[in-house]
Design a protein. Structure first.
Lengths: 243, 256
């Protein structure tokens, strides 16, 4: 079974088509990068796949569950770290983790145990008693991702996880994301080419709501006839816009 | 149920860690009690004006304090919406009723704590000023004010759902002003009569104060306690049901 499968998935807002009938397949256990400039439709795609937005047309399946008709089943197996670092500001890092663990149904000692595990995975120990609102951007992102995986999701969606971070914080976060590879299927949206190059098993290039290229880094370079993802991306973008 | 408890606990912690909540929800009612007691001591006995005497004042101030819990409910909900915290939570298995109850319950707990503190301060002032204020009356007044707490928390949830964190506090300030004025916290509309009394009787605030004052005085008559209390209960049920419906429909719209 594919981790994600979409058939003509579409989202329209009045006159604007944000996602234009895309067909996607994501294998189980891989890290899949959805690459595109701002406004390409990446976040809208993630919102539909996490049941945060209703598709206008088409269908999507997450581990075989319909995103239209089996929302509860989908919500039980996905975790999302949204573009905005949505953490409870006046709660400590530890309290944020334990709160999310309880929301995902952990009880008793399992709450503490799960928070311990996740805190260790992300190296959050040194800030676990700090209030979330006092953390730096990098720590907040780490906490946000930690909150997304505390419910043991089978699929993790990371929407622009390194947006606005400095280069050191970004590299640090890449290490954390790499550490999650193989443990769950990860879908990452980004407009940083080097991020997709560094982390992704498969990449889809999204432009104006359409998937214009899909494959491994090597396959995309071959299809574009250019070396390096940035060059390949520019070539594909220009072709799709008819330049 | 465990999700509601988790969300309730989170909301209580968020509120208790905001210094403004202590100033407005706990400090302000006590300051008002002290200031109005000072005002009362300056009024000559021959004026025969008892509205600022502690046995009359305590029920009104307790009701007035609840309007600030409304403000914090609205701020809490609207801030969560603004900072995308709710978007994250929408992607979890939490349901719309988990959210509504998770916002309402902590504010009701805070309201009860606030009322206990206000009435305890009132009791101390009553001992200092030699005015009779009975403990059974205080306890009954707190119970009588619980529907009022539901009413104001419901308005907070409604405003927090409908308006941004910039607009909601402004609108709550209007309700706070209306609540104190038309709730007859600082004047006796029954003595004033006329159009003022008619206007006051058109809104639930007057009945919140009247029921609380009557309960504090152990006046259990239908006219002074039971009918006002019934009006407050109906108002609380209508507002809370409306707030939950609006929250659910806004959640559906957010997920459209």
């Amino acid at each position: 079974m594919k981790a994600i499968e979409t058939r003509k998935l579409t989202k329209k807002y009045k006159d604007k088509t944000a996602v234009n009938g895309i067909d996607l397949e994501v294998e189980e256990g891989e890290l899949f990068a959805l690459l595109g400039v701002n406004g390409a439709g990446k976040t809208t795609t993630v919102r539909m796949l996490t049941c945060l937005s209703e598709p206008t047309d088409g269908e999507g399946y997450v581990k075989g569950h319909s995103i239209k008709n089996e929302k509860s089943a989908v919500k039980r197996i996905v975790g999302i770290s949204p573009q905005d670092t949505a953490v409870a500001g006046n709660l400590t890092v530890r309290e944020n983790l334990e709160f999310m663990a309880k929301v995902y149904g952990f009880t008793g000692n399992r709450v503490k145990g799960r928070a311990d595990e996740i805190s260790e995975v992300f190296g959050l120990g040194e800030v676990e008693n700090s209030r979330a609102k006092t953390l730096s951007g990098g720590w907040k992102r780490k906490l946000s991702i930690a909150m997304a995986i505390i419910g043991e999701p089978e699929l993790l969606f990371l929407d622009e996880p390194t947006l606005g971070l400095d280069v050191l914080a970004r590299r640090e976060l890449w290490k954390s994301i790499s550490g999650l590879k193989g443990k769950m299927t990860i879908v990452l949206t980004t407009h940083y080419m080097e991020e997709a190059e560094e982390l992704a098993d498969h990449i889809a290039i999204m432009i104006n709501g359409n998937i214009e290229a899909y494959g491994t880094l090597h396959e995309i370079e071959e299809a574009a006839g250019k070396q390096g993802l940035e060059n390949a991306f520019v070539e594909i973008a220009e072709r799709s816009m008819g330049k | 149920m465990s999700r509601i408890i988790a969300f309730t606990t989170r909301n209580i912690k968020e509120m208790l860690r905001d210094p403004l909540s202590y100033i407005f929800c706990l400090g302000f009612p006590i300051v008002m009690l002290l200031v109005m007691t000072l005002v009362n001591s300056s009024i000559p006995p021959e004026a025969n004006m008892t509205v600022f005497r502690i046995d009359n004042l305590c029920g009104g101030i307790a009701m007035f304090g609840l309007t600030f819990v409304m403000l914090f409910t609205a701020l809490s909900v609207s801030k969560d919406r603004t900072c995308a915290f709710l978007v994250r939570m929408y992607a979890t298995p939490m349901t719309s009723s988990d959210f509504s109850l998770g916002y309402l319950l902590p504010m009701l707990i805070i309201s009860v704590v606030q009322m206990f503190i206000t009435f305890t301060a009132s009791f101390v002032i009553s001992l200092m000023t030699g005015v009779s204020l009975s403990i059974p009356g205080i306890l009954l007044s707190i119970v009588t004010l619980i529907p009022a707490a539901v009413f104001f928390t419901g308005i907070g949830l409604l405003f927090g759902t409908l308006f941004s964190d910039k607009a909601a506090p402004g609108l709550c300030s209007v309700v706070i002003s209306l609540g104190s004025f038309l709730g007859c916290v600082f004047f006796d509309a029954d003595s004033t009569g006329g159009i003022m009394l008619t206007v006051c009787k058109c809104l639930p605030f007057y009945y919140c104060t009247k029921a609380a004052r009557s309960a504090a005085a152990l006046d259990l008559s239908a006219e002074n306690l039971l009918i006002p209390l019934l009006i407050v209960c109906v108002s609380a049920a209508v507002i809370t049901a409306l707030a939950i419906v609006v929250f659910n429909s806004r959640m559906k719209a957010d997920l459209a």
